[in-house]
Design a protein around this ligand. Structure first.
Ligand SMILES: Cc1cc2nc3c(=O)[nH]c(=O)nc-3n(C[C@H](O)[C@H](O)[C@H](O)COP(=O)(O)OP(=O)(O)OC[C@H]3O[C@@H](n4cnc5c(N)ncnc54)[C@H](O)[C@@H]3O)c2cc1C
Length: 377
């Protein structure tokens, strides 16, 4: 490994802040650039909470990466002295025969994950705030809970700076130019030269890299916050929760104990359009689906939202992110298309970015998300 490499991190958001921390921790000379400042809410991070879970329902190949992320979450908390993650559990509810439930049960069995399977009677007794339907199962992933996204991005960026990284705030990168043996980063302030660049610009990926050979579909995601009608709604355990079908949705109790945040899956969100012109106004008709879900599954929430926020996220066709060298530019490492499930894994992706930028390869099992030999459109 060449620890003295000069590495640019383009986009110091969820993945970029972690990459800057991991690179600086290994002694690289790190320069970060962000169009805003670490911890802002105009992109994929924000809204106070993100779910952390060990039982991955998208694909059990993520479980080893989750274990790596888990260790790094602990390390980042130790190094910063901040509580970035609270392990309050995550309750997964949905039809027993649904593919996501089957993947979760497989993840649990294959990797010996800490969990409980609840029947309808025990669910009603222990978590009376939720209703389930005939044929539903409920699984409580115990090594799960919520992450504080704004605090995490700021803490990782700050830790990187303490370790020597420099971060240029309010400095959008206009162009990344591969040159012999390195890469040039162009901003309105001028051009800087690096050995390698890590590109983590989230929803701006098509904007900055218009010739990307894969589709990254940028969606506009709504989060809505609701207040319970009873003081007992939250109970003692306060798990995050996910309903797999017929409408995939998720929720998290707010850390302040006042409200519950609800969100929906990819298919229920419209394209974001130009990321610089994101429509942050939520129309009343966009709330109908939330009202319907509350009526069916969480009838003790008041269906009048107390807060609405809009974010963006990039989705690949397979929902697997793109991690690895940019085609035709071996000194540019791309991390993009986290498809609604990247936050929990972000310290692992930051570490993998550092592996790839410094060593050209990673010991982590990333073949299934690699940009190398990627065939999907
Ligand atoms: C509403 C919502 C809920 C989610 N819930 C969960 C969850 O519960 N659990 C989970 O694991 N994941 C969740 N996700 C997914 C997760 O948040 C994302 O996968 C992750 O935040 C993506 O990180 P990123 O680094 O790619 O993008 P971002 O965090 O958006 O970072 C991109 C950064 O690049 C900067 N930038 C852009 N263009 C430039 C440029 N030209 N020059 C310099 N800087 C630039 C931006 O300002 C930004 O800071 C959710 C996402 C959303 C939107």
């Amino acid at each position: 490994m060449s620890a003295s490499k000069r590495v640019a991190v383009v986009g110091v958001g969820t993945m970029g802040s972690q990459a800057a921390w991991r690179l600086a921790a290994r002694g690289a000379e790190v320069v970060g650039y962000d169009r805003y400042a670490p911890g802002h809410d105009r992109s994929a991070a924000g809204g106070e909470t993100r779910i952390f879970r060990s039982a991955h329902f998208e694909d059990s190949r993520y479980v080893p990466l989750l274990k790596h992320a888990d260790a790094l979450w602990e390390e980042l908390q130790r190094e910063t002295g901040r509580e970035l993650r609270s392990l309050t559990g995550c309750l997964l509810m949905g039809p027993t025969e649904h593919q996501q439930m089957a993947t979760v049960l497989k993840s649990i069995a294959d990797h010996g994950l800490d969990h409980e399977v609840l029947d309808a009677e025990s669910l009603a007794k222990r978590f009376p705030q939720f209703r389930i339907e005939d044929g539903d199962a409920a699984v409580l992933d115990r090594h799960a809970g919520f992450i504080r996204p704004e605090l995490t991005v700021q803490s990782a960026a700050r830790r990187a700076e303490q370790l020597g990284a420099r971060i240029h705030r309010y400095t959008p990168v206009r162009e990344i130019v591969p040159v012999a043996g390195g890469v040039e980063i162009r901003t309105d302030a001028g051009t800087e030269s690096f050995d390698t660049a890590v590109v983590t610009v989230g929803p701006w990926v098509n904007d900055l890299l218009p010739d990307l050979p894969w589709d990254v579909d940028i969606r506009r995601l709504i989060n809505a916050w609701y207040v319970p009608t009873t003081d007992t709604w939250f109970g003692q355990e306060r798990p995050a929760f996910i309903r797999t079908a017929p409408t995939h949705c998720y929720g998290l109790p707010s850390p302040d104990g006042v409200s519950v945040k609800l969100g929906l899956s990819r298919a229920l969100h419209r394209p974001a359009g130009d990321p610089n012109q994101l429509d942050r106004t939520v129309q009343p008709e966009e709330l109908e689906i939330f009202t319907d879900l509350i009526g069916r599954y969480m009838p003790d929430l008041n269906p009048d939202p107390t807060r609405l926020s809009v974010y963006m996220e990039g989705y690949t066709e397979s929902s697997r992110p793109l991690v690895g060298p940019l085609p035709g530019a071996e000194n540019v490492v791309l991390l993009a298309g986290f498809s609604g499930h990247g936050f929990k894994l972000s310290p692992a992706f930051g570490d993998i970015a550092a592996d790839l930028a410094l060593d050209g390869t990673s010991p982590q099992p990333i073949d299934f998300i690699s940009t190398l030999d990627r065939t999907e459109a």
